[in-house]
Ligand binder design. Structure first.
Ligand SMILES: CCCCCCCC/C=C\C/C=C/C(=O)SCCNC(=O)CCNC(=O)[C@H](O)C(C)(C)COP(=O)(O)OP(=O)(O)OC[C@H]1O[C@@H](n2cnc3c(N)ncnc32)[C@H](O)[C@@H]1OP(=O)(O)O
Length: 295
């Protein structure tokens, strides 16, 4: 129930409305006490050390299941209303994988109701992360296809491990599926229209050095330095006055966020009717079989 309540709230309220600050003020004291402690979630760890770090921990590859997405949105919401938290670093608890993207098993052989709930959770994660008032930095310590790339692109700054074996991109067409319009818009806002058009059609995954070249990530460092570099970048971003940075972020992102909010239900219906097609189910199954056979 709690999860559903959070999933129904909408992120733009955080980034765009003044009432957020009133709410922050009223709840500040107990929230400050509550949320300065690490959260002990199952699949999304929140560590409160030098910087606040959210670590995805869903073995083996941090696929984004309904559970993970729900836990992620709840954790981010908690940090969002915590006056003591102005920025968050998003990373993976596993070396070599940031996130394998949406959990394909959530999109295979399930009911229409399940698909609708799953897609709402994907949207909610995006609304909360893309619409966050906090400084968000992705410490990409491994590969990051599709939904993993989307999460990284939602952040304000991306640091990736400098290893050509790690790749990032929106590879949906390689699975026989289509990146929805708001994935596309997030990528356009990150790397521009031409690169997005080509990347999306080809379902292109970029090895880290190429991701840097096209601006999909902002900085490459050795694997060991990804997190410390993120902490250093966070101090730089936090040196800017919050109100000015937040309003600027809102000006940049509001049209994209509004577009999904306006078409949210239609987008869920589109997803359900797309994913329930026999041909799409077959494509996903073939892709999953191939993944399993590659060993
Ligand atoms: C008209 C318009 C309508 C619009 C409709 C919109 C529809 C849009 C729908 C959806 C958008 C989709 C977004 C996505 O994110 S789809 C997911 C895309 N992800 C991938 O393609 C990644 C696939 N995985 C990999 O490439 C690799 O696993 C890896 C590089 C992440 C890690 O490699 P490695 O360390 O070698 O691990 P394995 O490959 O051996 O994998 C281990 C284990 O994990 C399983 N697995 C991997 N990825 C996923 C996944 N995304 N979901 C579920 N399970 C996954 C893999 O099968 C192995 O399982 P095991 O054999 O049982 O151990």
């Amino acid at each position: 129930m709690a999860a559903q309540a959070v999933l129904r709230s909408s992120a733009p309220a955080r980034l765009l409305s003044g009432s957020f600050y009133i709410r922050k003020g009223v709840l500040a004291s107990w929230q400050h006490y509550q949320s300065r402690r690490p959260f002990s979630n199952e699949k999304v760890l929140v560590e409160l050390d030098e910087s606040t770090v959210m670590k995805m921990k869903n073995p083996p590859v941090n696929s984004l299941s309904l559970d993970v997405l729900t836990e992620f949105s709840i954790s981010l919401e908690k940090l969002e209303i915590d006056r003591g938290c102005r920025g968050v670093i998003l990373t993976s608890a596993f070396p070599k994988i940031f996130s394998a993207g949406l959990d394909i098993t959530e999109m295979c052989g399930k009911s229409a109701e399940h698909y609708a709930a799953f897609w709402r959770a994907v949207q909610e994660m995006w609304l909360k992360l893309y619409g966050s008032n906090m400084v968000t930095i992705a410490a990409i310590n491994g590969s990051s296809p599709a939904g993993g790339c989307l999460m990284a692109m939602c952040c304000d700054y991306r640091i990736m491990a400098d290893n050509p074996k790690f790749a990032i991109g929106l590879n949906e067409t390689q699975l026989g599926i289509v990146a929805p319009f708001w994935f596309k818009e997030t990528m356009v806002n990150t790397v521009g229209n031409r690169v997005t058009e080509q990347s999306l059609q080809l379902g292109q995954m970029y090895p880290a050095p190429d991701a840097l070249k096209i601006g999909l990530v902002d900085k490459l460092v050795t694997e060991e330095k990804v997190q410390s570099t993120a902490v250093a970048a966070m101090s730089q971003w936090l040196a800017v006055p919050d109100h000015a940075r937040q309003i600027t972020k809102s000006i940049m992102r509001k049209p994209t966020i509004d577009n999904l909010v306006k078409h949210r239900e239609a987008d869920i219906n589109n997803f359900v009717s797309f994913i329930t097609k026999d041909s799409i189910q077959k494509s996903l199954q073939v892709y999953m079989d191939r993944l399993k056979q590659k060993k």
